[in-house]
Design a protein. Structure first.
Length: 274
């Protein structure tokens, strides 16, 4: 197979990613600022109404009228906040998708990898009946689990042969690089540990910290299985794709060793539909 020539520089991708993040975050800050200013206005009006209620019957009618007006305004404001929140969530998700696409675009071998890992991870989490909020966190982390690889040079990341020890050590830094890259973005706060620990293994032999068993966040344990399956079943520069049956055999073989048994069992349920 002819290797696709991709001259996209890591620095250019990182710059594009940074620009998208800044745009998304600036929109979020502007919306929060507007909401805060409006809340202060309503608070002042409510305070005026409470003062007016103490000044007699005539003023009480005025206060009641004012309170009703504030109530109506509050209902409108609540609806606006709901719509703004939905827009912020949509903008955040769009940013995540841009980041994932920027990463996968570097190499046709990994094209669509982040999306497939995300889909696998979400299905596993749903089979395990995790809370909706946790599933959404896993969705975010799945899209961005390899984002730290943006800073790794193509000659290492796309190397067709075996990596040297030093090259492998550089590859192993990508979870921490991704964690540091995204740290400080509040809408990704809960996904950071899943990104940092998605290469930890159930027996404690993984990286970056050698966490073991349930000390590894459940989202990271799920993404680890999903990532492994997709890596095995897609073609890479150094080997042909394995069959799904072979990948499943590997999961079963290392269940309770490299992989969380409960996560493996959940994947075995969804793989029947693949």
């Amino acid at each position: 197979m002819t290797k696709k020539n991709n001259n996209t520089a890591p620095g250019k991708i990182t710059g594009d990613v940074h620009t998208k993040l800044i745009e998304s975050y600036d929109n979020l800050k502007a919306e929060i600022s507007r909401s805060y200013d409006q809340a202060k206005v309503y608070a002042r009006e409510l305070n005026d109404a409470l003062k007016a209620m103490k000044t007699g019957d005539d003023e009480l009618k005025k206060a009641r009228s004012m309170m009703e007006r504030i109530r109506q305004q509050s209902l409108i404001y609540a609806k606006e906040l709901q719509l703004a929140h939905q827009q912020i969530e949509k903008s955040s998700l769009n940013t995540l998708e841009v980041l994932a696409e920027a990463l996968d675009a570097r190499d046709h071998y990994t094209s669509g990898h982040s999306k497939r890992v995300t889909d696998f991870s979400v299905h596993i989490a749903e089979i395990m009946k995790l809370p909706h909020k946790e599933v959404e966190v896993i969705k975010q982390a799945g899209l961005l689990h390899d984002i730290g690889k943006i800073g790794i040079r193509d000659e290492i990341l796309l190397k067709p042969g075996k990596l040297t020890r030093d090259e492998y050590e550089l590859i192993k830094q990508h979870p921490l690089k991704g964690y540091k890259m995204l740290k400080g973005l509040s809408f990704l706060e809960n996904a950071l540990d899943c990104i940092l620990y998605h290469h930890e293994q159930f027996d404690g032999t993984g990286y970056p910290e050698g966490l073991k068993g349930e000390d590894i966040p459940i989202g990271a344990r799920i993404i680890h299985v999903a990532d492994t399956v997709d890596a095995m079943t897609t073609e890479r520069p150094y080997r042909k794709a394995l069959t799904l049956e072979t990948a499943i055999d590997e999961l079963k073989k290392f269940k309770g060793v490299l992989f969380d048994p409960s996560v493996v069992e959940a994947f075995l349920i969804i793989q029947k539909a693949l």
